[in-house]
Design a protein around this ligand. Structure first.
Ligand code: PMP
Length: 405
């Protein structure tokens, strides 16, 4: 099928939840993808922070093929070898001591929220159920994950939402202090708000929040769905801050392109659940965990956090140089290969221009260009992307000047 046929069928049979580009991607390799008409694109978005190891990383493909011949799915009523291996690997490389596996970021956050409430009910008895999250946060689209999400646009029309959530401005320690009540059981934060516009937490905020959690006996939970697995220049985002969360969630980059999510917890929090208290049929299935072992091995063996750090700095420097000549660039920010460039106008025309030139970029919060390429992207591809973005800014600025805007 070609792009047109696939699009027409999709419009007829697939629910209309996404604003999609008019083409279908059918193949991927490294930092490139191809559509059904054979057009090639440089993917600076990696399926939105999913393909950290690049599209169809050979180790991931091999692991999937091997596992697919052995066993695709069994059940969590039995032990699963790649699942226990992956759990060990994650805890060996993080502050966590035990892992619960599920299938997506939203499901991981649901699991973390349930863990926090169950933990509080076992530790303190009933009445401590409140969870504080940040304004402009993003935690997923299931009903409780979207309740945790501090953006009304995702919640409208889905009321009544899950009770027991409170939202505070991000990076505001005083507001966080004021929000804690005797009912609070946990704080859930992203180390860097990706969907919220690429804003990293400040070190003072993170250490302050950690202290508040200790003082009030709360669980500190980080949503590392977008920031985890090397994306920010460290294996996990919290490593930038010299503090450890009690719980953190993973998804996106964990499976190297295969759906998998995880709730990672340490110490007492990791011992919260008893048999029957939480579950997921496909969670930690052999295929997804075999893929994740390969993806995580590639991230570690190929030093991808370091690559993300260096390439992130490179992009940031190039963007800052562009800022000198393009007054429309208001700000350049981010961590590692999660880079945001805020413009004085809507960033969509930049995205459209890049797409016409065969480069996929992404925008968040209307005015922010977000780059989240594979962590092993070659420098020449980065240069190609930056040259086209620069060209687009020039063309757009000239057009605006011509129109007197
Ligand atoms: N948390 C964060 C920080 C995210 O960026 C996302 C996805 N953009 C999610 C949760 C939800 O993940 P999923 O789409 O896999 O449910």
């Amino acid at each position: 099928m070609n792009n047109e046929t696939i699009m027409k069928m999709g419009q007829e049979y697939v629910m209309n939840t996404y604003l999609r580009q008019p083409f279908a991607l059918v193949r991927g390799q490294g930092s490139y993808v191809w559509d059904a008409d054979g057009n090639k694109y440089l993917d600076m978005v990696s399926g939105i922070a999913v393909n950290n190891v690049g599209h169809c990383h050979p180790k991931v493909v091999e692991a999937i093929q091997k596992q697919a011949q052995e066993l695709l799915h069994c059940s969590n009523l039995y032990w699963i070898e790649p699942q226990v291996q992956l759990a060990k690997m994650i805890t060996d490389h993080s502050c966590g001591t035990k892992v619960f596996f599920c299938n997506s970021g939203a499901e991981a956050n649901e699991g973390a929220i349930k863990l926090a409430r169950k933990w509080a009910s076992k530790k303190y008895g009933s009445g401590r159920y409140e969870i504080i999250t940040a304004l402009h946060s993003f935690h997923g689209r299931t009903l409780t994950a979207l309740t945790a999400t501090g953006q009304e646009k995702y919640q409208k029309g889905f009321e009544p939402l899950t009770p027991g959530f409170k939202y505070v401005p991000y990076n505001d320690l005083e507001a966080m202090t004021m929000a804690i009540t005797p009912q609070t059981c946990a704080i859930l934060l992203e180390p860097l708000q990706g969907e919220g516009g690429v804003y990293a937490a400040t070190p003072e905020y993170m250490t302050g929040v950690k202290k508040l959690c200790e003082e009030h006996g709360l669980l500190l939970m980080f949503d590392e769905v977008q920031t985890g697995l090397g994306r920010t220049g460290k294996l996990f985002g919290y490593e930038h801050y010299g503090i450890e969360p009690d719980v953190f969630t993973l998804a996106k980059g964990l499976g190297g392109g295969v759906p998998i999510g995880a709730v990672v917890a340490k110490g007492e929090a990791a011992e919260t659940f008893s048999p029957g208290e939480h579950a997921s049929t496909f969670g930690g299935n052999p295929l997804a965990t075999a893929a994740a072992i390969a993806a995580l091995s590639a991230i570690i063996d190929e030093k991808m956090p370091q690559q993300a750090f260096e390439k992130g700095q490179y992009i940031t420097e190039k963007f800052l140089a562009l800022k000198e000549v393009h007054s429309c660039i208001q700000d350049v920010r981010g961590l590692g290969l999660l880079v945001g460039m805020e413009l004085s106008f809507e960033a969509k025309p930049v995205q459209d221009y890049c797409l016409k030139k065969g480069i996929i970029i992404n925008t968040v919060q209307n005015k922010v260009v977000r780059l989240v390429p594979p962590l092993n992207i070659p420098y020449e591809d980065i240069d190609k992307c930056i040259a086209v973005i620069a060209e687009s800014l020039k063309v757009i600025e000239e057009g605006r000047a011509w129109k007197g805007q």
